[in-house]
Design a protein around this ligand. Structure first.
Ligand code: ATP
Ligand code: MG
Length: 416
């Protein structure tokens, strides 16, 4: 029996990869316009990094992490997200000493042991960005603007920007107490997970996807109404700025995000069109995280987008592979050698060309040229080689002209 890949971990095949590269290239282009630089961090980290940053009572840490003991007896985990490794690297490499503001982006695979379904996999890919060192609401607005610019650049329109504020260590405890009081009276109507969350992480109850829980928590106290003046002002300032930029958005006071490290601004890009997996991008401010991980008290804000979900949203808009400019058909061994040399000359010029290697019939070579979508076909026989002139067929126009083989590479290059 042949060996298959691991459940929930997908191959990205030719024909699909063009769309991936398009999304990655657009992210690079847009993010670099906003002054971000790429950072690449390992796919495995010490487990402790994720326990301390994401939080021990989150779904990711409780149930989704791929954690192993290595041969040295250390607990290591495949990264379930990118922020913690980037912040770890920022602290370890003292990037704050080089520049008080770091704008970083990353892309790559993440791992979560989840139940695979449409838009939810065990290896999936994120493109994310982080800003470290700025507290101003202007940077929240810049990050949101950049996110929206990216969605415009990749032509995904069916998304809504939702924002919320999660408060800070000043005001969150008060909110948490009010929420606990509200939930305590309704505990018997919550799912088992939520009853557990109630003790450890009550805000996560608002995020529960179980319909009964969503219904039970209608009318729960709103986090926005209990913000302290600092968080309240920050939130109004962010809203004012993104309003000035013309971004449309909705305030969603129930959006609490699954990770413990968020403070103040939180946001998601939400869609109605890929079923239950409705968040395509998510992020927020994390002013306490750098310190929590042993660095100086440096604020941060960032987001991550799920590439597989971006692709689902672009369904039907696949990026076509680049077209083959030239196929060289040949008849007879001498012509085939000549075809080989021509093909190599074109490749040296940076022009892709293909040929038949196996002495197939002209008919079969023309069929292959058609299948590869060749723009031109150069047809070489013994006679053409000795005359140093050969027909070049324009496959789109259905026309044919004779060109000199001396400078055929240049003639072809100028037609492309
Ligand atoms: P969800 O609520 O769908 O589980 P999440 O809150 O766990 O999402 P984040 O940790 O915020 O997701 O990750 C950011 C983005 O990464 C998500 O918006 C989504 O697009 C993508 N993502 C997260 N988990 C998966 C997964 N298992 N498969 C594919 N994409 C994922
Ligand atoms: Mg999740």
């Amino acid at each position: 029996m042949s060996i298959t890949g691991i459940k929930g971990m997908n191959d990205i095949l030719p024909g699909e990869v063009e769309t991936w590269r398009f999304l990655e290239n657009e992210a690079r282009r847009v993010f670099e316009t906003f002054g971000f630089s790429e950072i690449r961090v390992p796919v495995v980290e010490k487990t402790e990094l994720f326990l301390r940053s994401i939080g021990e009572t989150t779904d990711i840490v409780e149930k989704e992490m791929y954690t192993f003991t290595d041969k040295g007896g250390n607990s290591i985990s495949l990264r379930p997200e990118g922020t913690a490794p980037v912040v770890r690297s920022f602290i370890q490499n003292k990037l704050h000493a080089l520049d008080p503001v770091a704008k970083l982006y990353y892309m790559g695979p993440m791992y979560r042991y989840e139940r695979p379904q449409k838009g939810r996999y065990r290896q999936f890919h994120q493109i994310g960005a982080e800003v470290l060192g700025l507290e101003s609401p202007k940077i929240d607005a810049q990050v949101l603007f950049m996110l929206v610019r990216f969605f415009e650049a990749v032509d995904i329109g069916d998304v809504e920007l939702q924002i919320n504020s999660l408060g800070c260590p000043e005001c969150r405890p008060g909110y948490r107490a009010a929420l606990v009081e509200f939930l305590a009276e309704r505990l018997d109507r919550l799912c088992e997970d939520c009853r557990r969350r109630f003790g450890a992480n009550p805000m996560r109850v608002l995020d529960c996807k179980v319909p009964g829980c969503a219904e039970t928590t209608i009318g729960a106290p709103s986090v926005i109404e209990s913000l302290c003046s600092v968080c309240g002002d920050h939130f109004s300032e962010v809203r004012g700025l993104i309003g000035d930029l013309g971004l449309s958005y909705a305030v969603n006071p129930r959006m609490v995000r699954g990770l413990d490290y968020y403070t103040k601004t939180a946001f998601e890009m939400v869609t109605g069109s890929i079923g239950a997996q409705n968040a395509v991008a998510a992020g927020g401010r994390y002013d306490g995280l750098v310190r929590e991980l042993g660095g100086p008290p440096i604020p941060g804000i960032g987001f991550a987008m799920g590439v597989e979900r971006l692709i689902l949203l672009r369904e039907g808009q696949q990026i076509a592979p680049p077209r083959l400019p030239l196929f060289i058909a040949s008849l007879g061994e001498e012509a085939s050698r000549e075809a080989f040399l021509y093909m190599s000359r074109l490749q040296r010029l940076g022009i892709r060309a293909e040929m038949d290697y196996e002495g197939k019939s002209l008919k079969s070579q023309m069929r292959r040229a058609g299948k590869l979508g060749a723009r031109f076909v150069l047809i070489l026989g013994e006679e053409e080689v000795s005359r140093k002139k050969a027909p070049l067929r324009d496959m789109d126009e259905g026309t044919q002209e004779e060109i000199s083989l001396e400078d055929a590479d240049l003639r072809i290059a100028e037609r492309l």
